[in-house]
Design a protein. Structure first.
Length: 95
């Protein structure tokens, strides 16, 4: 029996934020580093971790909804099609 094709594939996902301290020093925070997963139809997938571990960021990245100051590395595909980040400029005004 052949396994069904993947519905969601995340390969080597890393999410980085650049922050500025007192407007001068740039600080880089990387809450998600080299995360990969494959989910097939009918499977149940759980992302488990401590508070602040990046679980919500992974969910936002899989939907292309990371905030504008997030930098995403790696690949995410849904039914084989790449998930393209949807940034603020794509949202209707006032949303």
């Amino acid at each position: 029996m052949t396994a069904p094709p993947p519905v969601l594939t995340v390969s080597h996902l890393a999410i980085t934020f650049h922050q500025y301290e007192r407007g001068l020093r740039r600080r880089t925070v990387t809450p998600v580093v080299d995360m990969s997963l494959t989910a097939r139809a009918g499977e149940i997938v759980a992302v488990v971790g401590a508070s602040g571990a990046g679980k919500s960021l992974i969910g936002l990245a899989t939907m292309g909804l990371l905030p504008p100051n997030a930098e995403e590395h790696g690949t995410i595909s849904f039914h084989g099609a790449p998930v393209t980040p949807l940034r603020d400029e794509h949202w209707p005004a006032g949303k």
